[in-house]
Design a binder for this molecule. Structure first.
Ligand code: NAD
Length: 326
């Protein structure tokens, strides 16, 4: 194979693995997400063209995070996956045509949700009592952050469902709180957090729970892995999570057609800067759970859901809104 290709591939792999460590482990990214995404796309392109290049340490083969020292490990019973990315409606049409091959339907029902820019959390309940809170980590093994999640006001310590119940969602920092904390850090001569996502991740992985209690993190829960057999669609899961007392994002919507999805994307591309928390896209989830096994997944991402990412420049405008100038 052309040495130039091998060199380019190795450089991309090294960069992405380093940036991944900075982002997931140290909570201190040195490049912005669009640069990471651009390099990742190029790496995936090369891997598609030259599959012989793919090695175990490629960032395409595993979900990013590693475990911070100081926390106990938690083995996820079911892997916590990432999501595939798309950047245009045309790419969504391609994604949908793969789903159509399995379902036989063009106008598939998807549940559309905002893609909250925080970090994944799993909450585990035994007989109605919160017993564990864990980060995603590498998808198989996460950090046990139970004492810290107990400090988040929107996390119920008890729920009215017996047996083993796991729910998953996002821990995030509201923009107002982010601004308050960064103002204080600047006053104290400390380095400000790069963005609300890093502030949330850095806070949830504090060894001192008191600091977590002081900084007002919040949650949006969107996955239900419980015992209620009536919950057989994402729309019903969201309703059930609401009934159990979880904080659920109010802007999710069941889309019955491709046109509905187009409208949802247009609406929230517009609404994005008015939400009070950061989102970096929209997640489209096939609504009917019965098809999940048939549609399947890769090692890293499900094929029944996709993340439609917003362009990066909108995000810069948002930072300008907060600080006046950057
Ligand atoms: P991701 O953040 O692109 O998407 C998957 C995650 O979305 C899930 O794990 C979940 O936590 C979250 N999510 C938010 N709302 C959701 C909802 N409603 N339903 C389901 N999931 C929802 O994937 P990732 O693997 O966590 O991270 C990859 C992305 O992180 C990259 O595309 C890049 O933008 C960024 N990144 C940046 C750097 C950097 O150096 N700047 C480094 C690594 C990763």
């Amino acid at each position: 194979m052309d040495k130039k290709i091998v060199d380019e591939y190795n450089r991309l792999k090294d960069d992405l693995n380093r940036w991944g460590r900075e982002y997931y482990v140290e909570d201190q990214p040195s490049v912005d997400d669009s640069e990471y995404d651009k390099s990742m796309n190029r790496l995936l392109e090369l891997e598609q063209e030259y599959p012989e290049l793919i090695s175990e340490d490629s960032p395409s083969q595993n979900v990013g995070g590693r475990i911070l020292e100081g926390f106990e490990k938690y083995n996820h019973k079911k892997p916590m996956m990432s999501l595939g990315d798309i950047f245009s409606f045309e790419e969504f049409m391609k994604f949908n045509s793969q789903v159509e091959k399995v379902t036989g339907t063009f106008d598939n029902e998807y549940y559309a949700e905002l893609k909250i820019d925080g970090l994944s959390i799993a909450l585990i309940y035994e007989d109605g009592k919160l017993v564990t809170g864990a980060t995603r980590g590498d998808g198989k093994v996460g950090e046990n952050v139970t004492e810290n999640v107990k400090m988040i006001k929107t996390v119920p310590l008890t729920i009215k469902e017996k047996g083993h119940v796991e729910v998953r969602g996002e821990v995030y920092m509201p923009l107002e709180e982010f601004k308050k904390i960064n103002d204080k850090r600047l006053l104290n001569g400390e380095e400000p957090f790069a963005n609300p996502r890093n502030a949330a991740a850095g806070t949830l992985r504090q060894l001192d729970s008191k600091i977590v209690a002081e900084r007002k993190l919040s949650t949006f829960i969107y996955y239900y892995l419980g015992n209620d057999k009536n919950v057989d669609t994402q729309a019903k899961a969201i309703q059930h999570l609401t009934d159990l007392g979880f904080n659920v994002n109010p802007d999710g919507r069941l889309c019955h057609s491709i046109d509905d999805i187009k409208d949802y994307i247009a609406e929230y591309s517009e609404q994005r800067s008015k939400l009070g928390y950061d989102i970096d896209g929209i997640v489209l989830k096939y609504n009917d759970f019965d098809m999940y096994d048939k549609i399947g997944h890769t090692a890293k991402v499900p094929k029944w859901a996709i993340a439609y990412k917003f362009p990066a420049e909108v995000k810069e405008t948002e930072l300008l809104d907060i600080y006046g100038s950057v």
